[in-house]
Design a protein around this ligand. Structure first.
Ligand code: FAD
Length: 622
């Protein structure tokens, strides 16, 4: 019957563990795929310790089943958990997090360990992992190994590898087991020949639905992006050799709506130069149609990316070929090196010895090599292309703070993006994937098909105050100006409609007035017409001593306190330098102390309360 082939319940990971003779489950809370990748590596290594493992997405599981883990002998649950934004769980871990917070399950008999993925430059460093680790213990579970914390601002791969090594030591002593020494180089996916597949069944860059770009369907989201035309693409810098683009995506007719302060996600593609290079280096025919099929038939994830497709499509749209590969890729490449020297080097970088870690740090991270550079510089390494496609992480979309207001521009989304290009210690030029693609997408006046790019809108918490009369301070040097351009447009519109608007104070900074003072004319107009009450400018290189927005803030303590302390206003920080946001935070605490006559801890509490009331918001990236 039909029902017998449909999974009765794909949510019971316990059933699956039991029916497949496994004792290890590794859950991940992942937004960009790193936590998921780490989970996969742990699950795979379990075989070495007679612990057959599997990875699981908490969103697809009934996590209340954790109480039944004790029924499986020598079992263990490991959690690789990322913390996002202002201390938030990832989308797929949200329900699990709430279940832990609100429930009181008895988790006695559950053995566990937690690894957190976070970023130290954010205030809420690894907060979710720390909570989960504590909460599991409170609910009676047994911590087999102490929590590890990975810092993405430093070397998270190193943090992970070091933790994982100690984890297995703890596991061995806890369960009284010994390492079998069995290296499990078992592949997760098997190659399926697809040369006979009909062309209309072959993916060509779609994110999930075949032909979704030819046949667009509302609503648009992360799995179903809108193929937007580029209406405007112009340079904002007046001189100098750097570039900042003002781009307008045309969303007319898409039924997409956005709010001031939202982000727009852009799906990029890799440069054909790099893609073709991989084909050449590996002597592969990139037109070959293939599919990778999960060897675990019960996994809900059948393919690592949309399959079948050609190798060219996989390398162009689905795989990240430009970031620094992690150590497990070095390990998997060893078997493909025919030159013993190359083999030794890969072995060293894959090992967790101090020399190995140093080599990985120096040769991969410091010298900034991507997979193409590695294949160029270790010429005897010739992996099967399908295996390489299994190993490389997924290409991620890039986010941009929307720099327009839907009140003024309901049919377009504006962004303000800096072109990323830099040279590496091996004298190569690395080009930012998304920004270099955007730079090429120029609308034309003739009849030619206009350039397009897949986008979707991601809601944010970065919002103007509910009342237009509330005064605000905006601190946005460089591209940090982006969301504030939207804020100013929105209030300018309200004012022109006859509504009363509150004070708007903007802090902007850049290198030189005549070089990278973006949107200068617009800003001056808003000052002239009264929408912008104050425009504080810091040009760091226009005089002998460096002046930054933080210096101006320090000088304007009275004005700051007047707005946030006396008028109950809001303060916003945005920018691409997280250190700037931290500096601003400590300046504000100092201002609150001095002008509000508070002790340091009172001032810290005051600012914390501002954050909770959404009167202090940050929109920062690295
Ligand atoms: P990638 O191919 O991703 O390369 C960038 C990476 O290269 C960096 O992460 C870094 O690892 C490395 N790198 C860059 N420069 C150097 C260097 N000099 N030396 C060594 N390594 C280097 N960007 C904007 O321009 N405007 C915005 O409004 C904006 N808003 C954002 C909002 C959010 C919420 C987030 C998360 C990010 C935002 N960004 C914004 C950043 C944006 O998403 C991209 O990261 C950026 O445009 C680079 O993308 P890319 O694909 O061109 O570069």
């Amino acid at each position: 019957s039909l029902s017998s082939i449909e999974p009765t319940s794909n949510s019971s990971f316990i059933k699956k563990l039991k029916s497949t003779g496994r004792s290890l489950v590794v859950f991940y809370g992942s937004q960009t795929g790193t936590a998921e990748e780490f989970a996969g590596r742990i699950a795979k290594e379990g075989a070495r310790y007679k612990m057959k493992g599997m990875v699981a997405d908490p969103e697809e599981c009934d996590m209340a089943d954790l109480v039944e883990m004790k029924e499986i002998q020598k079992s263990m649950a490991i959690f690789c958990i990322a913390t996002y934004g202002e201390g938030d769980p990832t989308d797929n871990a949200m329900d699990f997090y709430e279940w832990l917070q609100n429930g009181d399950a008895d988790l006695e008999g559950l053995n566990y360990a937690v690894f957190g993925l976070g970023n130290k430059t954010y205030e809420h460093y690894n907060e979710i992992a720390i909570y989960i680790d504590q909460r599991l213990e409170e609910l009676g579970a047994t911590r087999v190994h102490e929590m590890g914390l990975g810092d993405d601002d430093a070397n998270i791969e190193d943090d992970f590898v070091s933790w994982k090594e100690k984890l297995w030591e703890s596991v061995c002593s806890h369960y009284g087991i010994e390492e079998t020494g069995e290296e499990s180089n078992i592949r997760q996916y098997k190659l399926v020949d697809c040369s006979e597949v009909l062309p209309e069944r072959i993916f060509s860059g779609e994110i999930s639905r075949l032909k979704s770009y030819e046949n667009q369907r509302f609503p648009f989201d992360v799995k179903n992006p809108y193929l937007s035309k580029i209406a405007v693409n112009r340079e904002l810098h007046k001189s100098g050799d750097r570039s900042c683009m003002h781009i307008e995506f045309d969303i007319d007719g898409s039924k997409m709506r956005y709010d001031t302060g939202d982000h727009v996600a852009v799906y990029p593609k890799n440069s054909s130069e790099l893609v073709e290079k991989i084909g050449e280096l590996l002597n592969a025919d990139l037109d070959t149609v293939f599919s990778l099929l999960n060897t675990d038939e019960e996994s809900s994830k059948k393919h690592p990316f949309p399959c079948p497709c050609t190798y060219r499509t996989a390398l162009t749209y689905y795989l990240d070929i430009t970031s620094n590969p992690r150590t497990h890729i070095m390990k998997e490449l060893i078997e493909y090196a025919s030159d013993p020297k190359d083999q030794e080097k890969l072995k060293l970088m894959a090992s967790s010895s101090p020399e190995g870690k140093k080599e990985f740090h120096d040769w991969i991270l410091h010298d900034n090599r991507n997979i193409v550079h590695i294949l160029e510089d270790l010429p005897s390494v010739k992996p099967n292309l399908d295996h390489l496609c299994e190993l490389l992480p997924r290409l991620q979309c890039r986010y941009y703070s929307i720099s327009s207001s839907p009140k003024v521009h309901p049919k377009s989304i504006h962004i303000t993006a800096v072109l990323v290009n830099y040279s590496t210690p091996t004298n190569r030029v690395n080009k930012g994937v998304a920004t270099n693609l955007l730079a090429q997408l120029k609308p034309t006046n003739d009849e030619l098909p206009q350039p397009t790019i897949p986008i979707y809108i991601r809601r944010s918490q970065f919002r103007l105050p509910p009342k237009s009369q509330t005064p605000i301070i905006m601190i946005g040097p460089g591209t940090g100006l982006a969301p504030f351009r939207g804020f100013i447009q929105e209030r300018d519109y309200a004012r022109k409609e006859g509504r009363e608007i509150g004070e708007m104070v903007l802090y902007f900074g850049c290198r030189k007035k005549d070089e990278d003072f973006i949107y200068e004319n617009e800003l001056q107009e808003y000052v002239a017409n009264g929408t912008l009450t104050k425009l504080h400018l810091a040009f760091s290189r226009d005089q002998p001593e460096k002046i930054y927005v933080t210096h101006l803030l320090e000088q304007n303590a009275d004005e700051l306190w007047n707005i946030i302390g006396e008028k109950n206003g809001h303060l916003y920080v945005c920018g691409d330098a997280r250190s700037m946001a931290k500096d601003v935070h400590s300046i504000i605490v100092k201002v609150v102390m001095e002008k509000g006559q508070m002790t340091n801890s009172q001032a810290l509490n005051y600012v914390k309360k501002m954050e909770q009331q959404k009167r202090y918001s940050a929109d920062v990236w690295s």
